[in-house]
Every structure is written in structure tokens, then in C-alpha cells.
Design a protein around this ligand. Structure first.
Ligand SMILES: *Cc1c(COP(=O)(O)O)cnc(C)c1O
Length: 359
């Protein structure tokens, strides 16, 4: 039986990954030197395609790291002398805050109760904060920040840097990248790829800030400090031996996304989200968790009356792996990923099986 992963990362592989993996082996990609011109071409292809897909401005750099978690650490290390500000609406946005604390920064956090509405305009960012850290899509609770929150933050605090986590929504949000200074994701969610690769997009103001830290003799890290990443990006390379296969696959899948069309990908996600939410709205035993105004289209979090364990076991038996609730919601919630890899047929088959489940 074929198993479909609806887990919010790692998740179902994008359908073309199998072919690209085979090609990669046949072309000896995993054996290539990361200093060879063949690798430089792979790097350029991935970078160029991402630039087109996400409309990355010319003066923004694209860096390849090991994960989104690493990106959080690099951002704080390179852009914050002392004070950062974090909006936390769940476990992932909270880990951004925890990383800043671990790095010895004076981080402040504004916490919102899980799943509840938050009015961005009512939040005051402390004057001393150098950077505002936001999470577009909180994967633990299924809350998605409206893009207007980001433009408001830019307008209200033009002198502060803004970092944005788009791990579990990319490439869905039609974001104006100029509104932020650092943007990051890992590839095992929306891109439907194997894990082990993070992408960090950095604007000129963030790079300038990292040079200011250096001037003040504050550590910005070692091999992955922005200065070094910029230097290597200039030769289409990374300081260390990177995930060459991952970068190759990312370039290929990004091209597949471009061929399918970003408009079509977004429309498909919107339509599948509508199908999912309307099913759960009319099916007894299920209640969408997040406030209606902030419900995520890419990670659908549903509270299951009487607990989610039995349903998840049942679905697994039938070939559908759905995400468990996160942290303290482990036994109450299910989390369904709605990524570009998931077809309308996948969603229909999943819902048919959920309908059959007897509580
Ligand atoms: C998964 C996830 C992360 C962490 O990604 P890693 O690749 O495990 O580092 C960070 N933020 C959000 C919103 C996520 O969903």
C-alpha cells in the first residue's frame, strides 16, 4: 500500500523528486567536489530559480545553511548587538526567542495564547529592539500572520530590522521581500524535499548590521557569519562542504514550481484549504483550532473531540500519515499539511477515510 504523508514536515515528497534523485545519482552529483565548476553551476541554478520564484530583489543574497533552526541562530548572531523582539504564537516562534536568549541577547517576547487572535496593530515594540522577529506560519498551532502585519511593522518601525520565518508557508505567501531584512525556510516542508537544507535570504541592511557588529568586536559566528557567506556566495560556493544533493534537488524542484506557475500553486493550495476547512466545519467531532481570522491555509490544525490518537492510528493503517498535535496539544489535535506536493485527489482520499472513522 502506498502511504501519503500529510505531516507538516518532513512531508510528502514533491512528485518529481524521485526522477531528480535518480538523475542525480546517474550524473554523480553526490560525488562532485564543492569547489568544482559543476557545483558552481548547481549553486547558481538553485539560486537563480529561487530568485525568480520568490521575487528576490537583486541586492538580497541567498545563503544555503543546514536548517531553518540554524537560520534563526545566524540571524540573531549577525544582526543583534543586544536587543531583539519576538512575536510568539506557538512553539516555533518561541524557539526563535529561545535561541536569542541562549546567545546571550536581551530578547523580549510578546506571547499570544495558542490559536487565539492577535491584533498586530496593538503590539508595541520596545524602542531598544534592533530587530523584530516574526513567524509567518506557526506550525504548532495553525496560525498564520496576515501579511499586513509585516507591512505595518515596516511602516511603524522603519529603523528596525525585520526577520521572518516562512518555513511552513513558503512558497504560498505573495510577499514583498523588501518589507523584511531576513527571510528563511527549510526545504522539507513546502518544497517537498528531503530535510537537511536551510535557505536564508538576507537584505543589504542586515549585511551592513553584521559588519557593524564586527567593528564593535562582537562575535558574529565563524564559518557561517554573513561576511563569509557573502564572500563565498560571490563565487557560487559555500564555506563548508554543503548538502550538494539537497541544493541540486532544490534547484530542480524550484524550476518545476516555476513551470507549474506560482499563481496556479497558490490557487491549488487555497482550494484544498477550502475543501479541508469546510469538511471539518460540517463534520461532528472536529473543530478547527485557530481563530477564524488567522487560520493557516498550509498547516490545518484541527481539535478532535475525545482525542486524536485512535483516528491517527486508523488513518495510518489506511496509508495516511497525518501530523499529531504539537507539544501540549499532542493528544487533542491533528495537523494536516497542505503543501504543493499534496494533490486534490490526495485530500479527497484522506477526507473519505476520515469520514469513515467511527469515534
Ligand atoms: C519546521 C519549522 C522550523 C524548524 O525547521 P528545521 O528545518 O527543523 O530547522 C522553524 N519554524 C517553523 C515555522 C517550522 O515549521
Amino acid at each position: 500500500m502506498k502511504t501519503i504523508f500529510f505531516t507538516p514536515g518532513p512531508s510528502k515528497l514533491y512528485p518529481t523528486v524521485k526522477k531528480h534523485l535518480k538523475d542525480a545519482i546517474n550524473k554523480n552529483i553526490p560525488s562532485l567536489s564543492h569547489r568544482s565548476s559543476a557545483f558552481q553551476e548547481i549553486y547558481r541554478e538553485a539560486s537563480r530559480s529561487l530568485r525568480r520564484l520568490l521575487r528576490v530583489p537583486k541586492d538580497y543574497r541567498i545563503f544555503f545553511l543546514s536548517s531553518a533552526t540554524e537560520a534563526m541562530e545566524r540571524i540573531v548572531e549577525n544582526c543583534v548587538v543586544k536587543n531583539s523582539f519576538h512575536l510568539s504564537d506557538g512553539a516555533f516562534s518561541d524557539s526563535f526567542y529561545q535561541i536569542a536568549v541562549s546567545l546571550g541577547k536581551k530578547a523580549e517576547v510578546y506571547r499570544v495564547a495558542d490559536g487565539s487572535y492577535l491584533d498586530c496593530l496593538s503590539i508595541t515594540v520596545p524602542a531598544e529592539a534592533e530587530m523584530i522577529c516574526l513567524t509567518h506560519n506557526e506550525t504548532s498551532t495553525g496560525v498564520s500572520l496576515p501579511l499586513t502585519c509585516i507591512s505595518h511593522a515596516r511602516k511603524l518601525y522603519p529603523d528596525k530590522l525585520i526577520a521572518l520565518d516562512i518555513v511552513s508557508s513558503v512558497p504560498y505567501p505573495a510577499l514583498d521581500i523588501r518589507l523584511v531584512d531576513c527571510l528563511f525556510f527549510s526545504v522539507q516542508k513546502g518544497f517537498g524535499l528531503p530535510s537537511g537544507l536551510g535557505v536564508l535570504i538576507v537584505g543589504p541592511r542586515a549585511i551592513e548590521k553584521s559588519l557593524l557588529l564586527k567593528k564593535k568586536h562582537i562575535s558574529t559566528g565563524s564559518y557561517h557569519r554573513f561576511e563569509r557567506l557573502v564572500q563565498y556566495d560571490g563565487k557560487s560556493q559555500t564555506p563548508e562542504t554543503p548538502n550538494v544533493l539537497g541544493i541540486y534537488l532544490l534547484g530542480k524542484v524550484t524550476q518545476d514550481f516555476l513551470t507549474r506557475g506560482i499563481g496556479k500553486i497558490r490557487q491549488d493550495i487555497r482550494e484544498k484549504a477550502d475543501v479541508l476547512y469546510s469538511f471539518f466545519a460540517k463534520t461532528p467531532g472536529f473543530v478547527p483550532f485557530a481563530d477564524k481570522r488567522l487560520r493557516s491555509d498550509t498547516v490545518i490544525v484541527i481539535e478532535v473531540t475525545g482525542g486524536s490518537d485512535k483516528l491517527l492510528d486508523h488513518l495510518k493503517e489506511k496509508g495516511f500519515v497525518v501530523g499529531r498535535g504539537y507539544g501540549k496539544h499532542k493528544k487533542e489535535h491533528i495537523r494536516i499539511a497542505n503543501f504543493p506536493a499534496h494533490t486534490k485527489g490526495d485530500v479527497q482520499r484522506l477526507l473519505k477515510e476520515i469520514k469513515r472513522f467511527k469515534f
